[in-house]
Ligand binder design. Sequence first.
Ligand SMILES: *Cc1c(COP(=O)(O)O)cnc(C)c1O
Length: 463
Amino acid sequence: MKLAADLQSTDQLLALSQAFTSKYLAGLNSLAPHRIIPSLPAATLPEQGIGAAATLEKFTALYGNHLAAGSGPRYWGFVTGGVTPAALMGDWIAGATDMNGSSSGSAALHIEKDAIQQLKSLFGIPEHFFGAFVSGATTANFTGLAIARQWLGEQLGVNVAAEGIASLPNLKILSAVPHSSILKSLSMLGIGRNNLVRIPAIPNREAVEVHALEYYLRENPGQPVIVVANAGTVNTVDFDDIEAMVALKKKYNFWLHIDAAFGGFAACSPDFSHLLKGWEQADSITIDAHKWLNVPYDSAMIFSRHPQLQVSVFQNPGAAYLGDPQEEFHYNNYVPENSRRLRALPAWFTLQAYGKDGYRHIVENNVKLARQLGTYIASDARLKLLAPVRLCVVCFTVDVEAAEQAAKVEALLQALNASGVVYMTKTQYQGQPAIRAALVNWRTTTEDVALVWETMQQLLTTI
Ligand SMILES: *Cc1c(COP(=O)(O)O)cnc(C)c1O
């Protein structure tokens, strides 16, 4: 059995993984951010284990040439960042210490509370919000909408957590351009995707037409609803007018959930924080951490103003070993997960290491670079910028006749992603096939943008 031998050589094994990681990071700049992976041989489960050192060798042999620079400076797909040095340290230590993020009996609860406090300070989210880590913005949206569902039941005199969703017919969710994870959440919550009422967006925008939202609320009196505000749409980073939506709360009875998965980071810079004006009046807020916070997967936060309702949904009734949720604080009575990885630790490390100023710099630098790319694209007659670069995403297409557009966009995107220089993702914006580049990695520099632009110029002549 190799386990006893590995125990004896733990230090050497850690040094081996550190050497591997250092080598990977040293090559990150020239490593392709995305690769097409051929079918790879599978490792079969050995009868006799081979030990950790040989396993690293085997891993390197099998997969070493197929790793991609997901945390590199030119991974511009989706909206994911990389990992800061401090976040990586926190992540390693979270793994080594393996503290259950839901239990008392170690510093875990304190670390999470502490990280949440610092995040509230970073985002300007008021003290009375309760925050907790979950695995991603999808789960954060799910959690926010689950509390909203409970609130809605309360308005009508039913306890949905106890009675089930059938006790609450005709539940409606209003939003203009919600992220697909909102629809996924509606499906998981038993609310149903078809109960999303799409409120029109402002023409040529992805932001809600607030008058249309008010019209719906006025025409459906006595029906409490859930409104989802989008604070940063994935295609064009458009923001709903949160201040105007919050003002409607004075006249109409609704729960306001804000999906600010990456747009929440606008709060880090005085140049952009106005985009979130009024958000402290929301009932629940989603913010992703594996996006602009640049911590490794998987990590996000849900903030809510209704922790008691949250406990109604997520408590573990009758689990004596977990204690009474009203007497003993455990995160597992507030979120879908029971046992949890201490996701707060990488966040805690990076927040302490770089502070408010560091995050302001990361956000402002990424926006500056996205605008630089936007300016290049706008200056080239072969391309068309589909929206102003509001924050960190550049949404563009190939400026050809409609009949040719899908093929040209596909060809350019494939060529770009096969170049090994950059990774972008495809989308559809206002009926047009398009490409989007999302710049939220702390490593990205103006040289990266110049290199990508040079590559694009070259590839445009080949499609
Ligand atoms: C990324 C994103 C999500 C989903 O986040 P995951 O971390 O992938 O679960 C939800 N909403 C918005 C606006 C996003 O950008």
